[in-house]
Write a protein that binds this ligand. Sequence first.
Ligand code: KG4
Ligand code: ZN
Length: 342
Amino acid sequence: MSAGSLVLGIETSCDETAAAVVRGGREPLSSIVISQVNEHAAWGGVVPEIAGRGHLGALQPAVAQAMQQAGAAPADLAAVAVTMQPGLLGSLLVGATAAKALAWAWDKPLVAVDHIHAHVYAALLSLPKWEFPYIALVVSGGHTSLYRADDPLTLTRLGATRDDAAGEAFDKAAALLGLAYPGGPAIERAAAGGDPRAFPFKLPLLAADSLEFSFSGLKTALLYTLVGPGNRRDAPWRVPRARLADLCASFEHAIAETLARKALRAAAQHGVPRILVGGGVACNRRLRALLAEQAERAGCEVHFAEPAHCTDNAVMVAGLGHALLAAGRIAPLDADVAARAE
Ligand code: KG4
Ligand code: ZN
């Protein structure tokens, strides 16, 4: 396989249907993301049944556009890479089945990609030169985990959330407040100009040496703040605009501060002064600013995935697929999908 070889990536693990063609594992030639946000917004979260059906309709056009925009013909491809775990089973099956069919019809190797590892790879893509090891923080709607990365394929999990993921906490908090779905961007917008110290939410699991997370208590703390004197008892609560900004800024601050401190704690514990951050929540500007500032004080580098590569996309799948292919890690055509990472 030459360094310039093209890999088609396919991503359908949650509610984004994505396809991309990447050259040499680093250079995106196309990236198509068809979002189902509008279909799920009315429910305040992803409905698995709707997500699976949505991929069925969107995947073929996404692949056709990705190939066309890249100016690629099937014969130009070195492999077809697809997310096989973790995620919603019905959604994963659509992408995996399509990728197997294409790999078989085009006589190309199939490469099975782990979605969380791909989020780490997305952060590596923001760096011109790699200097392993790194501490990697993946923060999304489904996952909040810390890893030690010794190369793009060797990731050791150091800690994860015991309950809600950080993005899930944002989404649930937004639903309580009657804000739009997805909740992270909605809370970030509502927090503009707010005082992040107005509501001092207790930061979860900070006392111990632990690299685990817990965000469900924060959501309950927000609920109790809302069910105070003068508030109705049924959600969503209508909070006066000035108070809403303070509340959202404080909630956002509590999550960002927790993530930043734990990432730096992992860096210190492992003597690795380089941090990668990926996943949808890595778009959050308060997290980016806070972690960058704290890392600088600690003499630590921090590299975030580009915003377009933070949320689910297929560039990260094709990129990591290229690295797996180079290592000879080809999947059989009867490979299975898995809801959880092994
Ligand atoms: O990585 P992603 O697209 O999907 C998963 O693999 O889960 O992440 C989606 C999550 C959602 O929970 C969304 O609310 C959150 O990322 N998110 C944000 C922001 N943009 C997306 N959270 C905080 N601030 C943002 N700007
Ligand atoms: Zn994701």
